[in-house]
Design a binder for this molecule. Structure first.
Ligand code: PEP
Length: 253
């Protein structure tokens, strides 16, 4: 299966940014844009905004997701949200193991796979992030890290073609540095080969995104790569115009 047969994904990760009014305004304006058939748009706002945004986007071709969750369904876990709550809010996706969760908040792949499994059980689709640090890349350990992150982050998860993976080299996130299309393609092809080891043919249907300083001027070369199925976009997704420019340039290739 070539990437032309996998629906492209452009996912906005707003992190801890925007006010509630700004978030609503963004989604309302986004809904006025014609989204190409072969493209899927996802928005990951701060969780507090999910209920309001889900009401605005209900029945429309924009999917919403949470940026994080805890694996328990309910209980004494102050500050956390669960997969049933995400679903109840009207969201369909959840990011598991974003590099900021792994590196600022100490999440391990073992925690990531528990989260992804808990989401899967509730019918919330996990978007699982993996990627090497600069030190690991410089030490020539990129493939080793990608293998171990992929296998351990998916260890508890059932094979499912709807699950999304994002390859996000840690050194490229929010730094203005982007992996070359060649490096991104070879890392993503390698991740796909690892998924194939555990999930067989399903691996060909999994969308694997690139993330790390994606902009309107670098998306088209990334999207020409046969294994890259879209992008997870942080900084450049906070502004509607720049996000839409990325979607347009990444779709018309
Ligand atoms: C991200 O948050 O996943 C990300 C890739 O951020 P940025 O686009 O700002 O590098």
């Amino acid at each position: 299966m070539q990437n032309g047969e996998r629906k492209k994904v452009f996912a906005a990760n707003w992190k801890m940014n925007l006010t509630a009014d700004e978030a609503e305004d963004f989604v309302k304006k986004l809904l006025k844009i014609r989204i190409p058939e072969e493209t899927q748009i996802m928005v990951f706002p701060p969780s507090l905004y999910l209920i309001a945004l889900a009401k605005i986007a209900k029945g429309r071709p924009i999917a919403l997701g949470a940026q994080n969750m805890y694996w328990e369904r309910a209980g004494a876990f102050t500050g956390e949200i669960s997969a049933p709550m995400i679903k109840d809010a009207g969201a369909e996706y959840v990011i598991c193991g974003h590099s900021e969760r792994r590196h600022i908040f100490g999440e391990s792949s073992e925690m990531v796979t528990r989260k992804a499994r808990a989401a899967q059980i509730e019918g919330v689709i996990p978007l699982v992030c993996i990627g090497e640090t600069l030190e690991e890349r410089q030490a020539g350990e990129t493939l080793e890290v990608l293998q171990s992150d992929t296998l351990s982050s998916l260890a508890a998860v059932d094979a499912d073609p709807d699950i999304i993976i994002a390859y996000e080299p840690v050194w490229a996130i929010g730094t203005g540095l982007t992996a070359t299309p060649q490096d991104a393609e070879s890392a993503i092809a390698y991740i796909r080969s690892q998924i194939k080891e555990i999930w067989g043919k399903t691996a060909e249907r999994i969308r694997i995104l690139y993330g790390g300083s994606v902009r309107a001027d670098n998306i088209d070369e990334l999207m020409r790569c046969p294994n890259i199925d879209g992008a997870l976009i942080g900084g450049a997704s906070l502004n509607l115009e720049s996000f839409l420019e990325i979607v347009t340039n990444g779709t018309n290739i």
